[in-house]
Design a protein around this ligand. Structure first.
Ligand code: GRF
Length: 199
């Protein structure tokens, strides 16, 4: 199963997928990695392995729709079966969603629908919830709103600060991403309304 990963940052989720994909039995070939900024440190992880990378920046396009079309073309050229946003900080538009309908996943660092958006661990702490976690979902036109594939819960401890909670969530998030992407690759999936059925 050909997988393209989109990133904006350090790429720890990407690193976990790359390591898993070293085993042919995992069933995933990472065929390309894209970013919306040259500073995305995860790009080097792919480059070191000889995996094609690209950068598509919003600021290089006159209109947002042009960025969306360029991103769609970059990803489509890699002929992926599955596209994974792993800390990719740009919302994609209609062209992208149409091209990869039901095949574009995002991992988010909260138990959706609680705490969508960019500050989810901080929001969880501020709200005082006792359980936080990570959600893997199929992206639709909403923000952090699509059909949910998997969720993993972690406790919020009394002495947590933003760093400790963020890291606990990220550990669970990586494990979940690796497990579920592998299952999707090996078993297939289909989206039926709000539900995603694996196998
Ligand atoms: C993940 O926790 C993701 O949920 C959040 O940003 C983080 C990306 O981390 N939006 P990394 O770049 O994969 O290390």
């Amino acid at each position: 199963t050909r997988v393209v990963v989109l990133i904006s940052g350090g790429g720890s989720n990407l690193a976990a997928l790359l390591t898993a994909s070293d085993d042919p039995a995992y069933g995933v070939e990472i065929v390309g990695v894209g970013a919306d900024r040259h500073s995305a440190a995860g790009l080097a992880l792919a480059g070191d392995r000889g995996i094609p990378t690209f950068v598509e920046r919003v600021g290089d396009h006159a209109e947002r729709v042009d960025f969306d079309r360029a991103l769609t073309a970059q990803v489509a050229a890699l002929e992926p079966d599955l596209v994974v946003s792993a800390g990719f900080l740009k919302l994609v538009g209609a062209d992208f969603l149409a091209a990869f309908e039901g095949r574009y996943l995002n991992t988010h660092n909260s138990l959706l629908p609680a705490f969508p958006g960019m500050q989810a661990p901080a929001d969880a702490l501020a709200h005082g919830v006792k359980i936080a976690g990570a959600t893997l979902f199929v992206v639709d036109e909403g923000v952090d709103a699509g059909p949910i594939l998997a969720q993993t819960a972690v406790p919020v401890l009394d002495d947590d600060d933003l760093d400790t909670l963020t890291e606990r969530i990220k550990v669970a998030e990586r494990a979940q991403l690796v497990e579920v992407v592998g299952r999707l690759a090996r078993e297939g999936w289909r989206v039926e309304g709000r539900r995603v059925l694996i196998g």
